[in-house]
Design a protein around this ligand. Structure first.
Ligand code: IPM
Ligand code: MG
Length: 341
């Protein structure tokens, strides 16, 4: 029996999670799926964005599937108020999910849906390997008198283990992205990544400063293989890279830790509160995340590939949700993918 914890969360989360559950039921009626609260809905119900019980249930699952957290209802600048995003960070940290994999591979049918020219994006097949449990996301922060501070800390061990993941996934080249002309953490990052590269003589390593990487990601996306970077830079660059696929509604992700710990699988997009409840959300990043869960979380490669090709075929048949300039709604998109499965 495969046990999956489903975390619908906020905004469009419950709608796209329902679609994902339909897909999962179709793949294997024996998946045991249990829903739990995280994010804003958990704050409303319990006062906390992630309770110890939910974290423990996730620890004991085979995989965790998350839709989205956050929304204007819980937006606040009060440093003492609970925030939905803390639920997600608590899961990442609590499960030790230090490696975030964000593949960017525009579906052939969508090459003209990107705001970038077809000839620039054609052939793009890159993977952002983002460090997920360190850096400024988890460093000491606070307010003092009339100022505020956030700190970035990285240890050698943290950099080494994520760099290993980067080299393992690279076909031939790792592009390590940092800001070594300014940040001490980036200079350590560069040193450590150089060291890890020596253990992978069959793979090339180059370094890019993050501002330059942001530019090259749109000017020559197809020449990237693995982009290896720290937590904050990976957050920013992966949203940018999403537009290569036509919409942020297309990008899935996997967050993994040491072997034996359950991975967390979630779309890169957020809770889209502006369209929540309208039935117009694009479920394709969620379906892509289901595919990543099957592949990296449950070792079911064939089913993962079947989901991905069903999505590609639905797009080739003309499926376009609103974010891709079409008028298909969530229900249409779900039918289109299921009928191609
Ligand atoms: C992401 C999101 C999260 C992040 C937020 C919701 C905390 O933007 O997964 O990219 O910043 O990591
Ligand atoms: Mg982000």
């Amino acid at each position: 029996m495969t046990r999956i914890i489903a975390l619908p969360g906020d905004g469009i989360g419950p709608e796209i999670m329902a679609a994902a559950r339909e897909l999962l039921d179709r793949i294997d009626a024996d998946f045991e799926i249990e829903e739990r609260l995280v994010g804003g809905v958990s704050i409303d119900a319990t006062g906390s964005p992630l309770t110890d019980e939910v974290l423990e249930d996730c620890r004991n699952a085979d995989a965790v599937l998350l839709a989205a957290v956050g929304g204007p209802k819980w937006d606040t600048t009060d440093p003492d108020a609970p925030r939905p995003e803390q639920g997600l960070l608590g899961l990442r940290k609590g499960l030790g999910l230090y490696a975030n994999l964000r593949p960017v591979r525009p579906s052939p049918a969508l090459l003209d849906a990107s705001p970038l020219k077809r000839d620039r994006i054609e052939g793009t097949d890159l993977l952002v390997v983002r460090e997920l449990t360190g850096g400024v996301y988890f460093g000491d922060r606070g307010r003092r008198d009339d100022s505020a501070y956030d700190t970035t800390v990285y240890s050698v061990g943290e950099i080494e283990r994520i760099a290993e993941v980067g080299f393992r996934f690279a076909r031939e080249r790792v592009t390590s992205v940092d800001k070594a002309n300014i940040l001490e953490t980036s200079r350590l990052w560069r040193e450590v990544v150089e060291g890890v590269a020596k253990r992978h003589p069959d793979k090339q390593l180059d370094h890019l400063l993050v501002d330059n990487a942001a530019m090259q990601l749109v000017s020559r996306p197809s020449s990237f293989d693995v982009i290896l970077t720290e937590n904050m830079f990976g957050d920013i660059l992966s949203d940018e890279a999403a537009m290569l696929t036509g919409s942020i509604g297309m990008l899935p992700s996997a967050s993994v830790g040491e072997p034996g710990t359950p991975g967390l699988f979630e779309p890169v997009h957020g809770s889209a509160p502006d369209i929540a409840g309208t039935g117009r959300a694009n479920p394709l990043a969620m379906f892509g995340s289901v595919a990543m869960m099957l592949r990296y979380g449950l070792g079911r490669q064939d089913e993962a590939a079947a989901v991905e090709s069903a999505v590609d075929r639905a797009l080739a048949d003309g499926l376009r949700t609103a974010d891709l300039g079409g008028d298909a709604n969530l229900e249409d998109a779900t039918r289109a993918v299921l009928s191609n499965l």
